[in-house]
Design a protein around this ligand. Sequence first.
Ligand SMILES: Cc1cc2nc3c(=O)[nH]c(=O)nc-3n(C[C@H](O)[C@H](O)[C@H](O)COP(=O)(O)OP(=O)(O)OC[C@H]3O[C@@H](n4cnc5c(N)ncnc54)[C@H](O)[C@@H]3O)c2cc1C
Length: 317
Amino acid sequence: MTVYERKDRIGGLLRYGIPNMKLDKKVIDRRISLMEEEGIVFKTGVDVGKDITAGELLKQYDRVVLACGASEPRDINVPGREAKGIYYAVDYLTSVTKSLLDSDFKDGKAVTAKDKHVLVIGGGDTGNDCVGTAIRQGAKSVTQLEMMPKPSEERTAANPWPQWPKVLKTDYGQEEAIAVFGSDPRVYQTTVKEFQKDKSGNVRKAVIVKLEPKKDKKTGRIMMTPVDGTEETIDAQLVLIAAGFLGSQKYVTESFGIAVDGRSNVSTEAGHYETAVPGVFAAGDMHRGQSLVVWAIHEGREAAREVDASLMGYSNL
Ligand SMILES: Cc1cc2nc3c(=O)[nH]c(=O)nc-3n(C[C@H](O)[C@H](O)[C@H](O)COP(=O)(O)OP(=O)(O)OC[C@H]3O[C@@H](n4cnc5c(N)ncnc54)[C@H](O)[C@@H]3O)c2cc1C
């Protein structure tokens, strides 16, 4: 069994994308060395040194499991988007954690929030990691935009136990913002309408606008729609886009010739992991969409069982 990782170290997203203060990388190293002792071979982009085609993999291996994550970020396509200083959240977080792990920040390769007004677009977990990282780098201020309304602090009658509680959560990044700046960084029902840059092309300000829920006449769906006249211009010298993920990356699915659903997640029969291309399986975020580590572990185990059964005719896994 061989695991290929395109980054220079195994566990690409967990190692670099997730901040060190949230996930101690020793946990990843311990797990990898246990697997190496069991005979699993790990190869990084540095070990391989070149692209390997889908055809080469299918020739060399009897089964291929694709577990490439849901790494295609959702963009914010508004005027001024080309300005310098606007990053996707995972690129920003990766630059910081990689610089920390590689050189204790001595290589100067981390994108820094120091002394900057930071705007984080997206109120989810990834946005929260950006808030926490920017504060620890010494940001002057941090604003986090969330397009949806503020959740209620307690369960509503429409959301009784044992349903998952849809209530306001305040994660470590927001708690740190409250401790450092005295207020919650989240601004609800708001998005960006425009980025403004200086003469050198660096982002300096953002025009933000309030949103209200409105029914789309064609589809009948409720859409968050900008409210005219509510525009406001705020300082933003570093912008971090944490607006969600759009599923798997095309270059992988296209090279294997496998189908994806409307959300760009790899299609398989419900509850199964083999794609329509015999011998090619998919698991984790690439299969179910951006999710959680526990689901990735579950999907990995279930896919392994299906691979085992397809090779052996039965499985004890
Ligand atoms: C910033 C951030 C914070 C998060 N925080 C949490 C959290 O606190 N708790 C939680 O449960 N979940 C969290 N998640 C979600 C969690 O990380 C994912 O659900 C989980 O890692 C998915 O696992 P996976 O193995 O499917 O994909 P990933 O972990 O995305 O792994 C895919 C790997 O494949 C590599 N890869 C991609 N394409 C190729 C290729 N063509 N060739 C070789 N290698 C390739 C990538 O570099 C990556 O290392 C977070 C996600 C992000 C982005």
